[in-house]
Design a protein around this ligand. Sequence first.
Ligand code: NAD
Length: 437
Amino acid sequence: MRRPKKIAPPKGKLGVLLPGMGAVATTFIAGTELVRRGEAQPIGSLTQMGTIRLGPRTRMRSPRIRDFVPLDRLENLVFGGWDIFPDNAYEAARKAGVLDREQLEKVRGFLETIRPMPAAFDRNYVRKLDGPNVKRGKTKYELALQIREDIEQFRKATGASRLVMVWCGSTEVFLKPQKVHQSVTAFERAMKENHEAIAPSMLYAWAAITSGVPFANGAPNLTVDIPALVELARKHNVPIAGKDFKTGQTLLKTVLAPGFKARMLGLAGWYSTNILGNRDGEVLDDPESFKTKEESKLGVLEYILQPKLYPNLYGNIYHKVRINYYPPRGDNKEGWDNIDIFGWLGYPMQIKVDFLCRDSILAAPIVLDLVLFLDLAQRAGLRGIQEWLSFYFKSPMCAPEIYPEHDLFIQLMKLKNTLRWMMGEELITHLGTEYYD
Ligand SMILES: NC(=O)c1ccc[n+]([C@@H]2O[C@H](COP(=O)([O-])OP(=O)(O)OC[C@H]3O[C@@H](n4cnc5c(N)ncnc54)[C@H](O)[C@@H]3O)[C@@H](O)[C@H]2O)c1
């Protein structure tokens, strides 16, 4: 891939389109509005708080990322979305119960203006939910065309000059990649024939890509991670990324596992269990939706620890992930990890992690960063899979001939080096011999 010659400056408004206006989406929208009013800090957002070192350490150049690359400003963001429930963003945020009432009231008027468009929804893919705000159409293709009309309507109504779409909808049932996912022609025919391998999230992705809108997938569904849509994205010069926001337990897993491996400590087992009581937890109570999530969560250790390279350390790991729906906790998930490691001469040790986290508080800044970085990528002329955004995902998309990179620190290095590369700055290798000549 060639380095972008010129990155077009962000002019006009940037429209953010969110299929699924539940806990994550409304926490992101409300949070962005609170930050731009100066009422809160964008904590957890690399684009807003992160810095990037440029050149040798003697120069002490570490600008903020947002001052180094031409990212759009929060003031220019406008929001829209779809949901099967007709609640406006204020009502949806109240129901999600993530942000406290006092904070939400400050942005109530703003949130009330954001009303979800009718969703392309099918209960066969999210069995625990049903709602009235849905589109009608004879074929999946018709529904996708309706989404495309919504996109154009939104563009006109807001006057946005660029758009980005991030799937914040529920986790759909597990789907394996199939023949109809292999080419654009087969995929579009399957949409017209109502093929069961075409899930609603794929219709949004198709509509976004064919409208020239970058797309990120925050859930573990296949969605855009199929050859047909990757090919389509390249054809339409659209950057895409996915899948499944890396937030609580998996974030910690991708911090701890590289540490064990760095010190050549062995791993016998990793038992992870979660209790959560939000709508996402309810959807994941369905075994088919859970399977999609489970696959996404399980892959991480295998790729980080490379058991084939280290059979004595990681060749026999018992890895289990459970998610239990437990309503009293709402969005405040508790994730327990019991980790059985072993050291010198094989002596066993245990680590217990109890993360009392807040799911949507961890996910919202990821949505913000993805919106800003995908828009940047498009203005820089990048298209197809944006592997440098792996940092944000549990199951990062990558080229078919390579394996995904899960180690959070390698992911961060890759992300920052990509920004340096885009801007024509020297890459940082951490070699550092020049300081000792
Ligand atoms: N930390 C996190 O919160 C986190 C981390 C990783 C992934 N995710 C994923 O992000 C997604 C959103 O999480 P959430 O906590 O906001 O869930 P949520 O249940 O609060 O919100 C999802 C919304 O999507 C809507 N929806 C479902 N199918 C739809 C469709 N076809 N079109 C439009 N809307 C649709 C639902 O009605 C619901 O309001 C989930 O898939 C979740 O697994 C969340």
